[in-house]
Design a binder for this molecule. Structure first.
Ligand code: C2E
Ligand code: CA
Ligand code: CA
Ligand code: CA
Length: 279
């Protein structure tokens, strides 16, 4: 009995140590990544009902010198916990604003908007509003080209602070979208109170919208709800023409998914826009 629990103790200790070592290694690697600019932005097109590209969602990737292209699922949660998401998120916003500035001079790209994912931790920073406005000012871009994607988890936190920050940015022209809508617990009163311009229906509903009656009902309802509140409704994760037809015939305004394009590097995105948006 005694021996068993002692060896159990060492086993647990070993697991915890390995876990901690892996975590701090990731931490160290992420700091290096920031310093050496190993992060890169990918762009996933967002199309309107006429299949013209109106914008893109900006999605981060990590070009790891040994591991290759690392998806955000493998480091964003960790970065959230350690606070590294703050400099990473700042970097994403800076790069996005710089991109919007570069496109200002190109007629084919000047109208493209970019949507950036904002993490809870990042939004909670006291300087978030002034930081974003400073970047917009520095790059001399139109604020309405920038959309910030917030999730419902963030929405249900401190609603006073949230409303105040959102309003300050919206007054300058920045737009907000509620990401992964339907998966969290935001209420209708949140929707009414917050200055949102876009509702983004989560991929999980789109994925079985044609095979699952409750997903179908949810999707129809969210589209109607968004429309009645004067918001743009965008569906993410569209993979088939049949899903697109269903969404379009129910009034969905914008579309994003592998059916059109996966998230792609800058040059490919620009190429995609030129192909879709022929004059
Ligand atoms: P999300 O905001 O829900 O982003 C959409 C995810 O769905 C992306 O995964 C995208 O590649 C994927 N997706 C888009 N269309 C389809 C489709 O048709 N089929 C399928 N199966 N998947 C599709 P990705 O790029 O791996 O990003 C995962 C998550 O990582 C994002 O989920 C977002 O929460 C987070 N993330 C990405 N970039 C950033 C960032 O810069 N900052 C923060 N805070 N989070 C980020
Ligand atoms: Ca998103
Ligand atoms: Ca999403
Ligand atoms: Ca999602």
């Amino acid at each position: 009995q005694g021996i068993a629990s002692v060896s159990m103790f060492f086993m647990l200790l070993h697991i915890l140590q390995t876990d901690a070592a892996e975590r701090s290694e990731l931490d160290h690697d992420l700091r290096t990544a920031l310093r050496d600019e190993q992060f890169v932005l990918y762009f996933q097109p967002q199309l309107d009902r006429a299949r013209r590209v109106v914008g893109a969602e900006v999605l981060i990737r990590w070009r790891h010198p040994q591991r290759g292209l690392v998806p955000p699922a493998e480091f964003i949660d960790h970065a959230e916990k350690t606070g590294l998401i703050i400099p990473i998120g700042q970097w994403v916003l800076q790069q996005t604003c710089a991109q919007l500035r570069a496109w200002k001079a190109e007629p084919a790209l000047a109208d493209i908007g970019l949507a950036v994912n904002i993490s809870q931790n990042q939004f909670r920073q006291a300087t978030f509003v002034t930081d974003v406005l400073a970047m917009i000012g520095e790059h001399g871009i139109e604020a309405r080209r920038l959309e910030l994607e917030l999730t419902e988890t963030l929405i249900v936190q401190d609603i006073e602070d949230l409303t105040r920050k959102m309003t300050a940015l919206v007054q300058q022209g920045v737009r907000f979208s509620l990401d992964d809508f339907g998966t969290g617990f935001s209420s209708l009163s949140h929707l009414k109170r917050l200055p949102l311009s876009t509702l983004k229906i989560d991929r999980s509903f789109i994925c079985d919208v044609l095979t699952d009656a409750s997903s179908e009902t949810i999707v129809r309802t969210v589209i109607a709800l968004g429309q009645s509140m004067g918001m743009t409704v965008i569906a993410e994760g569209i993979e088939t023409e049949a899903q697109l037809r269903f969404l379009a015939s129910n009034g969905c305004g914008q579309f994003q998914g592998y059916l059109f394009s996966r998230p792609v590097p800058l040059a490919e995105f620009v190429e995609f826009v030129r192909r879709c948006n022929l004059p």
